[in-house]
Design a protein. Sequence first.
Lengths: 173, 113, 154
Amino acid sequence: MIELHIILFFMILAALIAVEMRGLLNSVIALGAVGMGLVLQFLLLRAPDLAIVQLVVEILILILLIRATVKLDRPSESTLKENWAYVLCLLLFAGVFLWFGYRALEGLPLFGAPEMNVSDYYISNAMEQTGAANIVTSILLDFRAYDTLGEVTVLFTSIVGAIAVLRKIGRKQ
Amino acid sequence: MTLYFMTFILFCIGMYALVVKKNLVKKIIGLVIIENAVNLFLILVGFRFDAEAPILEEGMGKMVAFVDPLPQAMILTSIVIGLGVVALLVAIAIRIYEKYGTFDISQIRELRG
Amino acid sequence: MKEEQGMSILVKRITRMTVSLILLYGFYIALHGHLSPGGGFAGGVIFALSMIHITLAFGAEGVKEIMSKAKASFLESAGALLFLLIGVSGILSGAFFLNFLPTGYEFRFFSGGTMIFSNMAIFIKVGAGLFAVFVVLAFLGPEGHTEDNDGGEK
């Protein structure tokens, strides 16, 4: 599984570049590299549904962020000074987080051997109970459709919120 | 194990952008990186060696091993929710830019007085 | 004289040829979500991307004839309500979100009961909603004046 390590290392590099680049447009494009690395990871991890969704969603996120930056970017904004107290606090937080994360990993099952108590039921019963060949879809729309309803509600609310924030009507000139 | 730890490092990079950077677009980028890291971690936990993607095919035996389909279904919703969140954040950031003429948090604070 | 909107003639010709294929692929992904990788979410985002493609190539006027912002908002609400209706109609036969239709033939198109309709509802909802957000963002001028192109707001 060396290719997973290589792609993940590439994603970390792209994330660092995205965070530290001067121009906003460069950062947005580097973020696209992170998302495309994630698509490759999903394909290698046998999740084709997620690869398709992540691919198209990443393109749409790039379009939205480029719309936010391309006309509005000003060169004077690229010379920002960070507060070093924040950086020190964050380094402390990152150290504590990574230490506890490392300790917590000891309780997880080993990589490549998951415990699938619930999923075994879904896998063995998906065909008889729902008749769908795609097990992910049968979980999404049949076994756990209530979660999907909540997800649709969240998406609806966020889109209505975005349209309400951006509309012209009722705004003082 | 190393793979899990590398996703934690990716999470920390996103958190760094979210906390330290003063540009609103950089903060949104940090949030997207955090989302990617968490999604990847959960899919890695559900991976199984020598297993197939969870899609049945005609003539496939009963004893074929599949990777865990449950995290995949949940992450599928999580990705689309992330898109909605980013759309809302971009809308608010553009409104702030129109009002104050900058994406810089500290300058916005000074302008408000 | 009306000002020419959008990109050059080359982009417009290529867009006319490719956009229908992209739209068809989105429909295919959404309709076959219960058999192959894909589903309503992926298909909906592809639908929104094809509409964005038209918007970028032809400008605001070109896309207004196909789908205005009011139409997109209506379709978004209709898709969400349709999905809820599928869930509620399961109550009639026993439980919320019960798959009350027959499961059909295995590995054929007519299988999975309500899944085809759920996928199509999510397809309409996601596609129209994301396109509405893009239309609002794209027609917003850089100085905060909305160019009077967003139909149906008056």
